[in-house]
Ligand binder design. Structure first.
Ligand code: SF4
Length: 243
């Protein structure tokens, strides 16, 4: 596992790497970029570049960490990709089930397969499940998410590509919003973000604003109307906090 620079997690664990593009949010996929860079410098784990690859040898990794961590699962892939067999998915879930000291964040754009396979998997309370909703077209994923028995459910609205008005956050615990970064970043508007923030207040969901993004994401920062929004659900109290 490796430390993550992502604001809303601590470490990443990649028992699968590689993926294929499925919707507008994938256009400038950072995982593809990193995988190809790592392949170019000869990293063994990325010898297949961005082709979907299973890594049974790293399944054990979370068990080695005795102190609790917040772990983003398969940040370089999509756990519900069609080429990941159910048998391997079950192995990933078994590790999560057997290490309740950790919190696992599982994020997918394959909401249909997620729901279809949900009954085959054990949803212990330490598994947080999220879907990406980058635009209006992806809104349907929230319905699939609501029907899966994960204790904490979240949305990643990054890169947010357009307004998603009147969003229904019933049953959603946490929303992360962010703009796209990099040389080909598509723009984000403050009014889209504020509308989602208001919805979070209405439905009592934790709101995290990750970044404005853009060509120079560091310079653009993450202040929204002069404030940092960093809320994250606290699974022990059901309150929002930074823990
Ligand atoms: S689903 Fe995620 S990892 Fe896969 S191509 Fe899209 S952005 Fe990249």
């Amino acid at each position: 596992m490796s430390d993550s620079k992502i604001e809303w997690t601590e470490v990443t664990w990649n028992p699968t790497t590689g993926c294929s593009k499925i919707s507008a949010g994938c256009t400038n996929c950072y995982a593809e970029l990193f995988a190809k860079r790592l392949q170019a410098i000869g990293a063994e784990k990325y010898k297949n570049g961005f082709k979907l690859t299973l890594h049974p040898d790293v399944l054990i990794e979370p068990k080695k960490y005795k102190t609790p961590r917040i772990i983003f699962v398969s940040s370089m892939s999509d756990v519900f990709h069609k080429d990941i067999p159910l048998s391997f998915l079950k192995k990933i879930f078994e590790v999560m089930n057997e290490t309740p000291r950790h919190i696992y964040q599982v994020l997918t754009k394959r909401a249909e397969r997620m729901e279809k396979l949900a009954g085959e998997l054990r949803w212990t309370e330490n598994i947080w499940l999220g879907v990406t909703v980058e635009n209006e077209k992806a809104r349907y994923r929230i319905e699939h998410l609501r029907r899966v028995p994960a204790k904490i459910k979240f949305l990643s609205m990054e890169p947010l590509l357009e307004a998603v008005p009147d969003i229904n956050l019933e049953g959603i615990d946490w929303v992360i919003v962010g703009g796209e970064s990099g040389p080909k970043a598509r723009p984000i508007k403050e009014e889209w973000i504020l509308e989602i923030k208001n919805a979070c207040e209405k439905y009592n969901a934790a709101f995290c604003f990750k970044q404005w993004g853009g060509f120079n994401k560091k310079a653009n920062g993450r202040l929204l109307q002069g404030k940092i929004y960093d809320a994250i659900p606290n699974p022990y109290t059901n309150q929002h906090s930074l823990f």
